[in-house]
Design a binder for this molecule. Structure first.
Ligand SMILES: [Zn+2]
Length: 171
C-alpha cells in the first residue's frame, strides 16, 4: 500500500505538471503565434535540420496540430506516455506484493532462530532473480541489472537493520 500510495502521488504530480505545461503552451500559442512558430523551428534547427526546412516543417506542423507539435517536440509529452496514476499505483501494489511473497514464504518455512539470516538470504536471492528476469524481459544486460538491484537491496536492508538495532531496543 505504501509503494502504491507513493507511486500514485508521484505520477499524479507528474500528470498535474504536464497538464499545467500544456495549458501554458496553449495560451502562448494563442497570445504569440509568431514567437511560438519561431521557437518550434529553432527546436528542429537545434536537432540538425536546415533553417529553411525547419521553418517549413514548423509551419506545416502548426497548421496540422500546433499544440500537439509543441507538446511533443518542446515539452516531450506524448499521448502514449501520458501519466496514468491509478494504473501506476495498481502495478506498483501488485508487483511489490508478489515480490514480497518470496521472503515471506521463506520466513514461514524457517525456525525462528534462523529467521534473520534466512530472510536476508532469501530476499537477496529474490532480488537477484527478479532483477535478472526484468532485464531479460526488457532486453537489457542481465548481470548488470541483477547486481544493481541486489546491491541496492543489500544496502537498504543493512541501513534498515542498523537503524532498527539503534532504536528498536529502547521502545
Ligand atoms: Zn511552444
Amino acid at each position: 500500500m505504501s509503494m502504491a500510495a507513493g507511486e500514485y502521488v508521484s505520477v499524479s504530480s507528474q500528470s498535474d505538471t504536464e497538464r499545467a505545461d500544456l495549458e501554458t503552451e496553449r495560451q502562448a500559442l494563442e497570445d504569440e503565434p509568431e514567437g511560438e512558430l519561431a521557437e518550434l523551428a529553432q527546436i528542429y534547427v537545434s536537432r540538425g535540420v536546415e533553417p529553411d526546412l525547419a521553418h517549413r516543417v514548423a509551419v506545416q506542423l502548426t497548421e496540422h496540430d500546433a499544440l500537439g507539435a509543441h507538446a511533443r517536440d518542446e515539452l516531450g509529452i506524448t499521448e502514449t506516455a501520458g501519466a496514468q496514476p491509478v494504473q501506476a499505483a495498481l502495478t506498483s501494489a501488485a508487483s511489490f506484493s508478489v515480490g514480497a511473497l518470496l521472503p515471506l514464504i521463506a520466513m514461514m518455512l524457517t525456525p525462528l532462530a534462523l529467521a534473520i539470516p534466512v530472510i536476508a538470504g532469501a530476499t537477496l536471492l529474490s532480488l537477484a532473480l527478479l532483477g535478472a528476469l526484468s532485464a531479460q524481459a526488457g532486453g537489457a544486460g542481465v548481470l548488470k541489472a541483477a547486481s544493481r538491484v541486489t546491491a541496492w537491496g543489500a544496502l537498504a536492508m543493512a541501513l534498515t537493520a542498523a537503524i532498527g538495532s539503534m532504536v528498536g531496543g529502547v521502545f
